[in-house]
Design a protein around this ligand. Structure first.
Ligand SMILES: Cc1cc2nc3c(=O)[nH]c(=O)nc-3n(C[C@H](O)[C@H](O)[C@H](O)COP(=O)(O)OP(=O)(O)OC[C@H]3O[C@@H](n4cnc5c(N)ncnc54)[C@H](O)[C@@H]3O)c2cc1C
Length: 352
């Protein structure tokens, strides 16, 4: 029996768990490091907002988490118009798995940690939640007064509290290769024939990663076709070392966010907090985890006060995500993208 059960120990869940006051007993369940060695498929780029969120927590990144090379420009390619531009970007390139494990290490002893995948959630007569999770061999149940969903795009907590809730989502496919490209680069590819979202390529410690976000049904064929098209542009893929796939949410209006219900709360991507322009989600995961912990700590266990305080903060994150929809116009509407790329607005000159 715990005050709070947290499902998911990514950036959102770890940040919430780390900042939750010691007066609460808590259990964090995460499937990472389990039998299947789950690793979150991700570009692992920390945007300036994520860097600011970490700074607000007093964090600096240990060098073991950083990967080579660090990135300060993105090569943007429009496959239809064949336009190529470089834009300055201040990202920090990290090993995403190590980053998640490092965030988890900061969690205090008041939060018990269990490795396992949550398979079932039930609401009990007393209003508490009973959560069942499996470590691959044994099923365990735990009971909590509050439930926090920090379990990402495919959230079991969100599916439980809001089964009819829908958010626009894409299937993201990503492959890793030994890097055979002469110069390491970070690229962003627009290809409206295959997806109305985008694809990316980057290098991490000698590995070349190519991935994209596609409509679910055509994801794999679109991904393979793009590899063919980009090979014509000189990109070298070789034999894949590993292939990853998972959903990524991309909210398209104000209705596609869910902060939770009663004494169940959603943070990070499970709440829909992903930028619809760049699919950047680590910053909002960190910020919403911090916001919910602040709401818990100030409210002293009063359910309505926690809800009111978190909703107010979450609305600000949502507003920010909605502002990003405006950025989608010059990025994703081919006519406007062509104008932006042709005029070279804010681009940098690169000699290739
Ligand atoms: C391919 C790809 C590339 C991306 N690149 C970037 C990028 O470069 N920069 C960026 O900022 N954002 C990126 N994003 C988005 C970013 O990864 C997410 O928005 C961010 O990870 C959300 O953090 P979170 O803590 O909310 O959820 P997650 O990071 O998804 O963490 C969820 C956690 O819950 C656990 N979990 C899930 N289900 C269960 C369950 N049933 N039981 C127990 N545990 C469970 C998982 O183990 C995981 O640790 C990318 C997304 C994708 C798909």
């Amino acid at each position: 029996m715990y005050d709070v059960i947290i499902v998911g120990g990514g950036p959102a869940g770890s940040t919430f768990a780390r900042l939750l006051d010691k007066k609460y007993s808590a259990l964090l369940i995460d499937k990472k490091q389990g039998k299947e060695d789950f690793r979150k498929p991700c570009g692992g780029l920390l945007a300036p907002r994520a860097q600011r969120a970490l700074a607000s927590l007093g964090d600096t990144l240990p060098k073991e988490i950083l990967v080579d090379p660090q990135i300060f420009a993105v090569k943007t390619i429009d496959l239809k118009t064949k336009l190529v531009r470089h834009y300055p970007r201040e990202y920090v390139n990290v090993d995403r798995h190590k980053f998640d494990l490092w965030l988890m290490l900061k969690i205090g002893e008041n939060v018990e940690r269990k490795i396992g995948a949550v398979t079932k959630i039930e609401r009990m007569e007393n209003g508490n939640y009973q959560v069942t999770f499996s470590d691959g061999e044994n099923l365990t149940t735990a009971e909590g007064k509050y439930l926090v969903g920090a379990d990402g795009a495919h959230s079991v907590v969100r599916n439980f509290i809001a089964p009819n809730f829908r958010v626009r989502k894409y299937m993201s496919v990503q492959q890793w290769f030994e890097n055979e490209n002469e110069k390491p680069f970070y690229a962003c590819v627009f290809d409206k024939e295959r997806t109305d979202c985008y694809s990316w390529a980057l290098v991490k410690d000698g590995k070349f990663i190519f991935g994209g976000a596609y409509p679910e049904k055509t994801a794999r064929s679109a991904f393979e076709k793009q590899k063919e098209l980009l090979a014509v542009h000189g990109w070298r893929f070789g034999e894949p070392i590993k292939t990853e796939a998972c959903f990524v949410l991309r909210p398209k209006n104000g209705k596609e966010f869910c902060f939770g219900k009663e004494n169940a709360f959603l943070i990070g991507e499970s709440a829909g907090f992903v930028s619809p322009s760049g699919l950047e989600g680590i910053s909002s995961a960190l910020i919403s985890g911090k916001d919910l912990a602040t709401a818990f700590n100030l409210a002293n266990g009063n359910e309505k006060t926690i809800r009111k305080s978190y909703n107010r903060k979450a609305k600000k994150i949502k507003f920010r995500m909605l502002l990003k929809l405006f950025k989608c116009i010059p990025m994703y509407v081919p006519f406007f993208r062509k104008i932006v790329m042709k005029t070279g607005v804010t681009s940098v000159d690169v000699c290739e």
